[in-house]
Ligand binder design. Structure first.
Ligand code: GRF
Length: 191
């Protein structure tokens, strides 16, 4: 991938809620070794807690009204173009990007998913992992394609499941792994 000015890639992070991965990506992006510069945070939810993390940084936010998907995606694409965004990281973004959007953006889009893909695509991964008595789960960073949670895997991190784990414990442990994994996956993918 070609590097923009200052040698860092102009990046947008898409969120919908808590934003703990956004927080870890911001901390990563300001390090010298980071290949990305987060310029823009996009959310479909104006009340997303994660939006609080951008206040101390020179980050623009863009709130998108998703009542009409086509219009929402057109507005996002316009904003991405205006901000010269070349790379997208989805971090808990609860909307599915259409194949039309992916084609028109025409640059890589990564996502983080809280399971060892291809196992446990979709929602409620931790509960399903516990109910199936898995001994390991984890997190995956993958390329976004039109098929949900199915694009090329960039990097994974395994997490042990303990016998007495409930959804809360396990999701906490996996989330910690996610915060380490996403920056590493970005370095692997872009360097
Ligand atoms: C994470 O578990 C991520 O893997 C999934 O959604 C959750 C987002 O958490 N896609 P946060 O908003 O980054 O705290």
């Amino acid at each position: 991938m070609e590097r923009s000015t200052g040698n860092k890639i102009n990046t947008a992070v898409f969120i919908s809620g808590r934003g703990s991965n956004l927080k870890s990506l911001i901390a990563f992006s300001i390090k010298k070794k980071s290949p990305i510069r987060i310029k823009l945070v996009i959310s479909n939810n104006k009340k997303a807690k994660g939006l609080n993390y951008i206040k101390n940084y020179k980050l623009n936010k863009f709130i998108v009204n998703y009542s009409n998907i086509k219009k929402a995606e057109n507005n996002i694409l316009k904003k991405l173009k205006k901000s010269k965004i070349e790379f997208i990281c989805l971090a808990g973004f609860m909307k599915i990007l259409s194949s039309n959007f992916i084609k028109r953006f025409n640059n890589p889009i990564l996502n983080i998913h809280p399971s060892l893909l291809p196992k446990y695509k979709g929602l409620n991964t931790h509960l399903r992992v516990i109910n199936n008595n898995e001994t390991f789960t984890g997190a995956t960073v993958h390329l976004v394609t039109e098929k949900l949670d199915s694009g090329k895997i960039i990097l994974q991190k395994k997490v042990k499941v303990f016998k007495n784990d409930d959804e809360k414990n396990l999701s906490k442990r996996v989330l910690k792994a996610e915060h380490q994994l996403y920056p590493k996956a970005i370095i692997k993918f872009l360097n």
